[in-house]
Design a protein around this ligand. Structure first.
Ligand code: OAD
Length: 277
């Protein structure tokens, strides 16, 4: 067995890796934040003010995610992580994406370390006790009535209680949690809330040998600061993005282009993989 060049590796992904699957990014032209006010649809106060609007927004995103398929960047990354872990590397994949495309690209491939720091569209949680459910229900904008269940395609976490049958609803049509009969909300980390898994992420960022960022504009912290943390701790840092990100000074290496082209080639070259993904 050949000696691995890097044994401790962290990947960070953002909306750009899913752009070629047809999932809207946030800050590009016609991105989600060009068409919606962040404070209306991605903040606890926004949910308190108008939960119907928030559920409509995330129902739409659930439907888009359900229609999207992982692209060759997602699958190249899943295959590379599997191969590197099989050879004894410790690999962490941190994603800011909530679209479940990494989970679906892994499919049956075992993967040990995955953090969805901004939550995921495939879960909801009770506003009262924070109990989390695997949930793929979508709500139409007509009186909040349940419109669709695409239970066959959005990724489902087998270790969570699953809302297989439609949740009860209040008089406004909003879904209620089975645990407390209080409102369910999307399990998305909103502005002003603490991202998931930060301690574990920092632990591996400060001990990794290489940090690779794919498809993120480097605007939203703490993720935008991860490259600097890893670099300060001595890691090689690389950025693959369509354009120069805001945090570009944190990277030793920058590769510009679409992720489906740049990432498979980069993984093959940098990690000397056996398989060409
Ligand atoms: P952004 O929309 O800010 O940035 C996406 C980046 O991907 C841009 O820099 C694009 O140039 C690049 N890009 C677009 N298409 C690409 C392609 N085919 N290949 C490679 N790169 C491409 O999205 P994020 O950086 O992920 O948070 O945004 C971070 C967070 O801001 C999101 O998780 C979300 C948002 O507010 C929450 O909702 C909490």
């Amino acid at each position: 067995m050949t000696e691995l060049k890097y044994k401790r590796i962290v990947f960070l992904t953002g909306a750009g890796i899913s752009a070629e699957s047809g999932v809207a990014t946030f800050r590009d032209a016609n991105g989600l934040w060009e068409n919606h006010r962040v404070e209306d649809v991605a903040s606890p106060l926004g949910f308190k003010r108008n939960p119907q609007l928030v559920w409509q927004f995330y129902s739409m995103r659930r439907m888009q995610a359900q229609q999207a398929k992982p692209n060759t960047a997602h699958s190249a990354l899943a295959n590379a992580i599997h191969e590197l872990e099989s050879q004894g590397a410790r690999v962490l994949l941190i994603t800011q994406n909530v679209d479940t495309l990494h989970e679906r690209a892994f499919g049956a491939l075992p993967h040990k370390n995955f953090i969805d720091i901004h939550g995921t569209l495939s879960r909801s949680k009770c506003v009262k006790c924070s109990k989390v459910y695997s949930d793929r229900w979508c709500y139409s904008n007509k009186d909040g009535a349940i419109a669709h269940d695409h239970a066959d395609s959005l990724w489902s976490n087998p270790s969570l209680p699953n809302l297989l049958s439609a949740p009860q609803r209040d008089t406004r049509g909003l879904p209620l949690s089975p645990c407390c009969s209080d409102l369910l909300r999307p399990d998305i980390v909103w502005f002003g809330e603490r991202p998931y898994g930060i301690e574990a992420a920092i632990d591996q960022l400060t001990s990794c040998e290489i940090f690779v960022s794919v498809g993120t504009s480097g605007n939203v912290y703490p993720a935008a600061g991860f490259a600097a943390v890893a670099r300060k701790a001595g890691a090689q840092t690389a950025c693959l993005n369509l354009e120069q990100p805001e945090n570009h000074t944190a990277f030793h290496e920058q590769i510009q282009g679409p992720a489906t082209e740049t990432l498979p080639a980069y993984l093959h070259k940098t990690f000397q993989l056996k398989q060409k993904s």
